[in-house]
Ligand binder design. Structure first.
Ligand SMILES: C[S@@+](CC[C@H](N)C(=O)[O-])C[C@H]1O[C@@H](n2cnc3c(N)ncnc32)[C@H](O)[C@@H]1O
Length: 275
């Protein structure tokens, strides 16, 4: 593909961070021993131009955290879709992530990818169309976007990867409240950043650091914590000996292992009580 054929991207601030995660997944795919093996990331990255490759390369040194995070979330999403092959999935702050395409999504699943309008426009040009796959152009902090998702009574899975740490605490609280009030039953999976993770990132975070996952249960009593997994806990999957040792070291210290943390919550009644 020549430079003229590629989509020119002009993203800055928080939107630019979607390029970092895309770059990391593409680098993983092209490595001799991929963890995630996301071929879409490599193809989509090849289809864009106009971004700072040096900056991407520089920040991709810690790509293992990003791909381990994506891999764990894929596993949680995949397990939910096996239990609920008729689910609705809301993927918030989707960026150029390929989860809707790289996972084996059952035909009946209604999948909604949500991000800012210019990001969604870019996605439209880079990803194919598919039945039951929808794009919503909106900030997730706007109340109106949820009206685009019909409440069909199906179980709802909300995925937010690399999003909540960029939102203000009040916005997170309102977003979680809107979702849990609108849908009867579902799960939410997302990452939070512990204190040590803050200074590692290129864009300032507005949200609180999340050392205590139960804080979210207090914030929203409809949420029940089902699972919590520090990303570093999966460090044994890292093929590079140096980074495996480095991440293993981080994992050994409670304060450091929670620098990037994945949480899985239920909202609504437990599955066994549902008819
Ligand atoms: C770190 S990137 C993660 C992208 C994607 N989830 C991934 O893992 O590649 C953060 C994403 O959140 C999106 N984002 C940030 N704030 C947002 C908001 N208020 N509403 C919608 N999207 C938002 C950005 O545009 C960007 O795509």
């Amino acid at each position: 593909m020549t430079s003229d054929q590629r989509e020119k991207v002009h993203l800055s601030g928080v939107k630019e961070t979607l390029l970092l995660t895309l770059y990391d997944r593409a680098a993983d795919y092209r490595s001799p021993k991929p963890i995630l093996g996301d071929r879409w990331a490599a193809e989509v990255l090849d289809g864009i131009d106009g971004y700072n490759r040096f900056k991407m390369w520089l920040f991709s040194a810690d790509r293992y955290g990003i791909v381990l995070r994506a891999s764990r979330l894929d596993a949680w999403v995949g397990a939910f879709l096996v239990r609920h092959p008729d689910a609705t999935v809301l993927s918030l702050g989707c960026g150029l992530d390929s989860r809707a395409f790289r996972l084996d999504v059952p035909d009946a699943v209604q999948w909604y990818d949500v991000d800012y309008p210019d990001v969604v426009e870019l996605r439209r040009r880079l990803y194919p169309r598919r039945d039951n796959y929808h794009l919503i152009s909106s900030s997730v902090t706007e109340p109106g976007w949820l009206d685009e998702v019909p409440d069909t009574g199906r179980p709802v899975l909300v995925v937010a990867e690399g999003l909540l740490p960029y939102l203000a605490r009040g916005d997170v609280e309102r977003l979680l409240a809107r979702i849990t009030e609108r849908f009867v039953y579902g799960e939410m999976v997302f990452d939070v950043i512990g204190v040590p993770g803050w200074w590692l990132k290129p864009v300032p975070f507005d949200m609180w650091a999340g050392p205590d996952p139960h804080e979210l249960e207090r914030m929203n009593p409809r949420l029940t914590l089902l699972d919590d997994a520090p990303v570093m806990a999966d460090y044994r999957r890292i093929p590079s000996r140096v980074f495996r040792a480095y991440c293993g070291l981080l994992n050994a210290f409670p304060q450091l292992r929670t620098s990037l943390w994945l949480l899985r919550f239920r909202f609504g009644p437990p599955e066994r009580e549902r008819t």
